[in-house]
Every structure is written in structure tokens, then in C-alpha cells.
Design a protein around this ligand. Sequence first.
Ligand code: HEM
Length: 502
Amino acid sequence: MCENMQYTTISFKPLSTTIIQIMNLVVLVTFLLSLFLLSLSYIFKNKYSSVRVPPGSLGLPVIGQTISFLNALKADKVEEWVHKGVSKHGPIWKTNLLGYPTVVLHGPTANKFIFTFDVNVLTNTSPPSFSRIMGSKNIFELFGYDHKRVRAALLSFLKLDVLKQYVAKVDEEIKHHLQIHWHGKNEVQVQPLIKTLTFNIICSLVFGIEKGPKREKFLPLFKDMIEGLLSIPINLPFTKFSRGILARKKMEPMLIDLVHEKRVALENKKHLANHHKDLITTFLSIGDDEDSSTMMSDEEIIDNIIVVMIGGYDTTSILITFLVKLMADNKSIYSNIIQEQEEIAKSKASDEALTWEDLSKMKYTWRVASEMMRINPPTSLVFRRAMKDIEYKGFIIPKGWQVLLYSFMTHMDKDIFEDPAKFDPTRFEKHAPSPPPYTYVPFGAGPRMCPGIELAKMETLAMIHLLVRRFTWELINKDESFKRIPLPEFDHGLLARITPLK
Ligand code: HEM
């Protein structure tokens, strides 16, 4: 017992010393930690001044608000969806969309910020399914020098001076299309037909593939690819996504052969005598006479041929489809368009091909198309991803986050466009005040602005001219509506009853 007590007394002294030492250590560590946190907060304060992540909620992991957003998109009600967020959280807010934390922006300043910000810091984002089908070298995935190089190559074909040479070719394609798909029919589904037309125009201009079996082979594969792009990316047999991937796999060797054929022809210079220089030949010629660092690899050529097919297919065809609907619904606009087109036809022999000068006289028709794109823009969403923390209006968009810009909200802003719901082409008259910069953006703006504007304009004006002079039409279902998936798709393809003129 005594031995035990002694043991207890002896052992107690060192324990109390240890506790005191530990306490001293805790005080020291706490002090140093406070000092560290204080200096960190000082550094942070200096770095971001008073910035913070925008208000809002990220909601459920992965899903967030994706479902409500996709429903709003389908119903063409993204504007209401954005407004809801704005009234809850303020003009800049965060949510979670398509698996990414996302900052939602709108308004003229946001348009300017997103469209003109350094493309290496605020990069394009497309779902991984896009690069599986369109390829990793497609222009939407590129940034920095590669983006500039491929864009310059595209523009060297899509610029006005070059496109002017193709008006007669587009005229010929449209006449052939009307002959095959419209004449002799009582009813047509306008949207799918016009998609076929824009596909054929692209085949002719881009690939140099004339009418015939070769072109026919591309169309079903191309349709599968588009469906795959816009589907849920589940790669199981019989899903649209897997069909899209398979279509790309089948199309690739066909495109490789085509590129090879064009390369041989270019080397022999055979085709140049009496044939137009299509986009593939233009791509192959890049770097020949100038800086060889601008040359495009075969992979880049294939991926960007596919981009042009996809970029120019749905967008232009929906614009023309909306115009066909408008002319059926609005007799006064229809008769003004007819008058303009008849005036142009008067100075031409019957069936003489359209020229660039003819198209440039179609000012009223293009004003109508411009107003249509204000009210019903073919594409409606712009997504980007922040590669670094970015400061915007006192908030931080953290690195890796997505930005959703609903750029078209400015199209319906009453402070920018008076009585915005009214369809009024006079807004685009020469003497009308132009909308402030970055407020009218159907083709985007800045370094990623659509390079296909002139081609879209050429196709639209030529088609309207030839259509109104050959047919009259009425809609079978006046209230036929459309869903955005993500581009507008009419429920029944816009059914119309048609009557040939003369
Ligand atoms: C009415 C018709 C069209 C509309 C409304 C339209 C709209 C747009 C918009 C808004 C953008 C910018 C997207 C962004 O900033 O994220 C864009 C980009 C693009 N468009 Fe179009 N487009 C049309 C026709 C065409 C045509 C006919 C072609 C091809 C011949 C084309 C090829 C492209 C390409 C390649 C880009 C990407 C440009 C880049 O990233 O540098 N588009 N388009």
C-alpha cells in the first residue's frame, strides 16, 4: 500500500508538468494559427477586395436545377426561368446545371463581357458527348492560336468575296430542291424539307459533292450524328447517342477518302479550271503559299467539315422555316416581301439565276429575317467555362465553374427595343437608330462570332425569292408549336398546304 502511495506521489509531479507544457504549446499554436489566418484573410482581402461568389443555391449534387432548366428550354421559356432566379437572388446568381456549378448572367454588359473576354480564360464548353461525335479538333473545342488558325481557315472560305461566286450554285440547288420535293405535292412538312435543302447546299459548297448517290449516302449518317449530339449521352446499343458515334465512325473513312481525292486533284490542279474551290480544297490550300504553320492537319479538316455541316444545318433551316410560318400568318409582311421579290424578278429573264446584286437588293426581306431572329433566335444559349477565377461586377466566378449567358434577353428588353413583343421590321431600316452594341446578338459577337452569317443570309434570301415566286401556302395547323431541343423543332415539322403559281 505504502509502496503504492509513493508510486502515486512520484508519478503525479511529471504529469502536471506535462499538462502545463501541453497547455503552453496549445496557446502558442493557437496564437500562430490566428496570426496565419489573419495574414491569409489580409492577403485574400487584398487579392479580391470585397468580391464573393454570387448568391443562389447549388441545390442537389450533379442534378441541381438541370431538370427545371431543360423543361424551360423545351417550352421556350428560358427567359422566365432566368427572371425567376433574378427575382430570388439578384441579377447575377449561381446554380448547378448539367453537372457543373454555374453562374447565370444576362444583360448588355454581360453580353459584352462574355463575348469579348479572353477566349483562353473563358473557354467554350460543350458536353463531352459533343467531342465524341464532332471530334476533339472541332473549332468549338479549340482556343488560343489553334482557334484563331482554324477560324481564319473557315473565314477564308465563308467571307463575302468568296461566297459571292456561289450564288448561282445555291440558286441551282434550290430550284432542284423545289422541283423534287415541292412540285406535285399538296402538303409538305416545311422544316424537315428545308433541313434537307440546307444539307444539300452545304454538301455542294463545302464538299464539292454534286447531286447523286454519293450525297445520298451522307444524309442518313449525318442525321444520326445530329440526333446523337442532342441525345442523352448513354453509350448502349440502340441509344441515339451510340447511333451518333457509329455514324461518325462510318462517315470518317468516307471523309478521309474525300480529303484524299481533293488533295490529289489539288496537286494536279485539274479541277481548278472550271470548278469552284470548295471548303475542303480551301482547307488543303492553307499554308501553301504563306506560313506553313497555318496548315491544317487531316484530323482538323475532318472535324471542322463536320462542324460546318452541323453549324449550318439546323440554324439556317429554322430561320427559313420561321419565315415561311410568318408569311402565312402575316399577310401584310407577305405582300411586302412579294412586292420586293417581283421587282427584282422583273429585271431578269425567266429562270435566270440569281446574282449577288439581286440578293443585295432584298433589303426588306432581310429586315424581316433580322426581326425574326430578334424575336425567335435560332440558337438561344451561350455556355462558357472559367479557366481561372474571374472577377465580374464584384463577384467571383471560380475556376472550373460554368457560365450560362442568356444573351437574347436584351432582344426583349423594353429599354432597348420599344414594344419588344411587336414584330416590326422597320427597327432595322437604314435610318432607324441601331441597337446599342452587344444588345442584338443572334450571331453572337467578338472572337467567336458566327463565321457563317453571309452564307446563312445568302441561303435565306435565295430560298424566299424562289419560294414566293413559285408557290402560295397556308398552314394546316395555325397553332402548331415548337419545342427547343435545344434548337426549335416544330411538333409536326410545320405542315403546310401548297399551291404552285402559274
Ligand atoms: C441563321 C443562321 C445562324 C445562326 C443564328 C448562327 C448562330 C451562331 C452563334 C450565336 C454563334 C456563337 C456561339 C458562341 O458564341 O458560343 C455561332 C458560331 C458558329 N457558327 Fe453559326 N449561326 C448560323 C449559321 C451558321 C452557318 C451557315 C455556319 C457554317 C457555314 C455556321 C458556323 C458556325 C461556326 C463554325 C461557329 C463557331 C465559331 C467559333 O467558335 O469561332 N453558323 N453561330
